[in-house]
Design a protein around this ligand. Sequence first.
Ligand code: NAP
Length: 326
Amino acid sequence: MKVLLTGATGFVGSHVLDSLRQRGVAVRILVRATSDNRFIRSHLRDIEAQKGSIGNPASLRQALAGVTHVIHCAGATKALSAKGFFQVNQDGTRNLVEAINQAGGIQRLVHISSLAAAGPAALNQPRRETDPPAPVSTYGRSKLAGEQEVSGKCQTDFVILRPPAVYGVRDFEFLRLFKVIKGHIRPVFGGGGQQLSFVYVKDLAEAAVHALKYPALARQNCFVAAREIVTARQFGLEIASHLSARTVPLPLPTALLWLLCAGQEILSRITRRPSVLSLQKYAELTAPAWTCDPTKLEESSGFVCRTTIFEGVPRALDWYRQSGWL
Ligand SMILES: NC(=O)c1ccc[n+]([C@@H]2O[C@H](COP(=O)([O-])OP(=O)(O)OC[C@H]3O[C@@H](n4cnc5c(N)ncnc54)[C@H](OP(=O)(O)O)[C@@H]3O)[C@@H](O)[C@H]2O)c1
C-alpha cells in the first residue's frame, strides 16, 4: 500500500500522517510551496513530498504515480469569499477525482468532508446519513459540492467521512476559546443550549486510516464522531474546569453574535486574512444542534471514536501548555 495524503500540513492531515507512519505505511504528501511544515517535520525524511496543489491537475497526476490509496484531507475551512471555498472544496476535489480516474490502479479514495455538508440537526435528533443534506453555510455548501464530485464522478471505490467539530492537539480554532476561558470569560451564545457532537482529532485520523481498507465502507458516507452529545455550555465548563479557571459567563444574544461575525468579516476583508468567524458562519452558530449519529460507521466497520471530551480536552490543554500556545 502507498497512500497519497493531501492536506498533510494541516491540523487533521498532520494527525492522519502520524497514524499512517505509526503503521509503517508508505506515504506521499502533496505540499504547496507556501505550506507550513511545522507539524510534520519529524516525518519528512521518511516520506515523499510532492510539490503541488489540488488546484493544479498536472501536479496531482504526478503525485498519484505509483500510489494505491488516497486520503483527501486538504480543504478550506475559512475563506474571504464563496469563490474561495468552492475553488478548494469543490474544484480541488473535482481535479483530484479526475486525476484518480485517469491514473487507474487506485484502490480507494477516503474523502474528508464535514457534518456542515449535511447541515444542522434538530434538538435531540442527531443527523443520520439517510437525512437529506441541508447545509446552512457557504462552507457547508462547498463541502457538499465536494462530496458530490466524489460520489458522482469517482470511478474508484471511495468513502466519504463527515466529522463534526474536530478538536485536540495542534488545533488553532478551539485554542481561542481556551484562551478566552483562561481569561475568566466564558462566552455563551444562544443560551448555551446548542447541542454538539465532537470528534477528537486522533480518533478522526485513525478512522480515516481504517477507512482505507474496510470493504463494508465502500461508496458510503459516514459520520465520524464520539457518541457523547454535549451542550456548548458543558463544553465551555469542561475547559474551565481543566484550566481551574473561575469564569464569568458572557451571554452573546443572537444580535450581538451577528455583530461579532460582521465585525470579524470586515476585519478579515481589510487584513485579507480569512477567519472561521464570519457572516456565513452565523447561521451555523445559531443552529439548535450540530449533532450526528455514528452508528453506521460503528456497525459497518467496527470503528468507534472512544475519546470523550473528558479525556480529549485535558490532552489538548496539556499540549497547548507544553507548546507555549496557552
Ligand atoms: N477542523 C475541523 O473542525 C473540521 C471539521 C470537519 C471537517 N473538517 C475538514 O477536515 C479537513 C482538514 O481541515 P483542517 O481543520 O485540518 O484544516 P487546516 O488546518 O486549515 O488544513 C487544511 C489543509 O489543506 C491544505 N490545502 C488547502 N488548500 C489547498 C490547495 N489548494 N492545494 C493543496 N492543499 C491545500 C492546506 O495546505 P497549506 O498548509 O498549504 O495551507 C492544509 O494542509 C478539511 O477538508 C475540512 O473541511 C475539519
